[in-house]
Design a protein around this ligand. Structure first.
Ligand code: BGC
Length: 637
């Protein structure tokens, strides 16, 4: 009966850990604390508030910290800082509202949030994400509802109404609910209406969002934040102007008009760094504009701080009150680590200079799927200082770090999700600016929303600001005047009436797009530097982690650890299925089966594991009944 959502699908280990973590909040029989207070609708809900830490995500992170503990204790320690950060609850299907059996639905999350709430306000970030014809210009996050009148009716009555019924329960009136409205949708109307699926879906997106805004805004403690893509998608004035108008058109159609929107969120549907260190929209290289290069394609908004400032002023010009605020999803827009430039390039050639100077290490700004080399961005923060023109309400983590953007190979599923080649590391996209480069997507990725430990390891390793490191550059003294009603810009520029869907050759055709970072091997954990190659016996152990599971199949990552004192020359992992699983596909190991017995041998390229190090391989399998996981044995020479 339930439709499983990738978001809530966790490994057996994760489920147990989550249950433990959730235990205190009581999934079923929670005694709801007496209502502490119900307050007037705020301008910025994040002010003075703590935010809800999703115990399911925390359990995923903890399982990875456990996996890293022996071989990379410093990474594990960082993960234990990260796991206490708030992340959003994705309602990415009708089934996610009630939640899967034994898991958490919306009410369980709100109950847990009440338990976490102290005497001050508590914000719960939820993502409303189930429009008919979802993700019309890509495949990885296609959804369950068709872009038809019937699909829209189902969206309204079986998705939005049940959410509103739960949120409207007076038990939750002391919580502030920040609802991120439908990532990826209205921006697709602006730039991709030439794409047939977007042409069909567009009117349903507008009607569905109007309905959602109306119903959610009617609840005084709900704050609506509409998705405004990111700078690499809408930064060109020929896109940002029409986008502001499109957002205004939808808001104006609601009963409360512009007041139904509290603000906008960027960097959830693809990301851009918050602030490039050495590049601005007016940088020049040997007398030429840096943005004239292939990477920026004359987009003046090279980063999110410039884009949010630009978009804020366009939104106010388009009719939104100046009290609206911008929120940046900083869950994966940091580019720290060893590949982060430390100085601008000395080249006099624009493209060479940009490539070596930019923090964003992707090959193309449209590389939206699991980009190799990315890191966590700023930790969730209310009213971050330093960017007064952006009217920032907050940095939040809307996309939970370590949850995949899409599978790197086709994976059968019952969630409506497709295989998008942008998630395939072997694919060289056509299109302006790609010039034969590969997507840069990480290999072995599970379905969108599935837990992807290798990606998470990388995000934590490459975090910028570094986790547990020195406090980031102090923001300028002037606090962001987000709540001060500033007058709209003197001369409101009417947005250029670019015909919707016209994508000029200088614009990225679509959904955002990473830079293959050849310098950063995707998921190879750092070998422990202290290991000494003294003579000894090669030894190993192995563990299996279910990354994603659906009705009758799953994808797992197997980690092979060198537990000896010499590097391995060969390794072999074996087990016997105790249930009725059968392997459909595997990668990075040579797998053979005989009945229920499985033998996996190293490949020629991953045979050597340094002492203390590890390597991973993966498999996809089908099963019937219960997916009982096996005990693994490992031997090495
Ligand atoms: C997926 C959702 C998932 C979300 C958060 C999206 O890309 O389509 O199913 O809940 O990411 O990880």
């Amino acid at each position: 009966m339930q439709t499983y959502s990738g978001r809530f699908r966790i490994s057996t280990a994760g489920a147990i850990a989550a249950a433990a973590l959730v235990g205190a909040s009581g999934l079923a029989a929670l005694a709801i604390p007496a209502q502490v207070f119900a307050e007037a609708h705020q301008t910025n809900p994040y002010v003075g508030a703590t935010q809800y830490v999703n115990p399911l995500w925390k359990a995923e992170v903890e399982s990875e910290a456990v996996a890293q503990q022996a071989t990379n204790p410093s990474l594990a320690a960082k993960m234990r800082i990260v796991e206490n950060q708030p992340t959003a609850v994705w309602l990415d299907s009708m089934g996610a509202i009630a939640g899967p059996a034994g898991g958490m639905g919306l009410a369980a999350h709100l109950n847990a949030a009440l338990s976490q709430k102290g005497s001050g306000p508590e914000v719960v970030n939820i993502i409303v994400y189930d429009l008919p014809g979802r993700d019309c210009n890509a495949l990885a996050s296609n959804g369950e509802l068709p872009a038809t009148a019937a699909g829209l009716a189902t969206y309204e009555t079986s998705y939005i109404d049940p959410i509103v019924a739960i949120l409207g329960n007076s038990a939750y009136s002391s919580l502030r609910i920040a609802a991120v409205i439908e990532p990826d949708s209205l921006p697709n109307i602006v730039t991709n209406s030439g794409v047939p699926a977007c042409q069909t879906a567009g009117p349903f997106y507008e009607s569905g969002i109007e309905y959602a805004l109306n119903k959610l805004h009617a609840l005084g403690n709900v704050y609506n934040f509409v998705d405004a893509a990111h700078s690499g998608w809408l930064g060109w004035s020929s896109n940002s102007g029409p986008a502001a108008n499109e957002f205004a058109k939808v808001a104006r159609a609601t009963t409360a008009g512009m007041a139904s929107v509290d603000g906008f969120i960027t960097d959830t549907a693809n990301t851009t760094p918050l602030q490039e260190q050495f590049i601005t929209g007016s940088s020049t290289v040997n007398g030429q504009q840096a943005i004239s290069g292939t990477f920026y394609q004359y987009n003046p908004d090279v980063d999110e701080q410039s884009y949010t400032a630009d978009m804020y002023s366009r939104l106010v010009s388009a009719g939104f009150p100046s009290s609206i605020g911008m929120v940046v999803d900083t869950s994966r827009n940091g580019w720290g680590g060893s590949a982060r430039p430390t100085a601008p390039s000395t080249s006099t050639v624009v493209d060479t200079w940009v490539t070596a100077t930019k923090d964003d290490r992707r090959p193309h700004r449209g590389a939206w799927c699991n980009p190799s080399g990315a890191g966590l961005g700023n930790l969730p923060t209310a009213t971050p200082g330093g960017y007064p023109n952006s009217h920032l309400f907050a940095f939040i983590w809307a996309k939970p770090p370590g949850e995949s953007d899409g599978s790197s190979v086709a994976i059968p599923n019952n969630q409506g999700k497709g295989f998008d080649r942008m998630c395939d590391p072997t694919y060289a996209p056509p299109g302006a600016g790609w010039n034969g480069q590969l997507t840069g997507a990480l290999p072995n990725a599970p379905l969108s929303g599935g837990w992807f430990p290798a990606q998470f390891d990388q995000l934590v390793t490459n975090a910028n600001p570094a986790i547990g490191g020195p406090t980031p550059t102090p923001p300028p003294a002037t606090p962001t005047p987000v709540r001060t009603p500033t007058p709209p810009p003197a001369t409101p520029t009417p947005a250029t009436p670019t015909p919707v869907g016209t994508v000029t050759p200088t614009q990225p055709p679509v959904t955002p797009t990473p830079v293959r970072t050849p310098t950063q091997p995707p998921a190879t954990p750092t070998p422990r530097p202290t290991a000494t190659p003294s003579p000894g016996t090669a030894k190993c152990s192995a563990s299996l982690h279910v990354d994603n599971q659906w009705g009758n199949g799953f994808v797992a990552t197997i980690t092979v650890f060198n537990t000896g004192t010499v590097a391995t020359k060969t390794w072999k992992v074996t087990w016997t299925w105790s249930g009725n699983q059968s392997i459909v596909n595997s990668w990075n190991a040579a797998v053979t089966t005989a009945g229920t017995a499985v033998t996996a041998l190293n490949m020629s390229y991953n045979n050597v594991i340094a002492p203390g190090g590890n390597t991973t391989w993966g498999l996809q399998a089908g099963f019937t009944g219960t997916n009982t996981l096996p005990t693994l044995s490992c031997s090495a020479t």
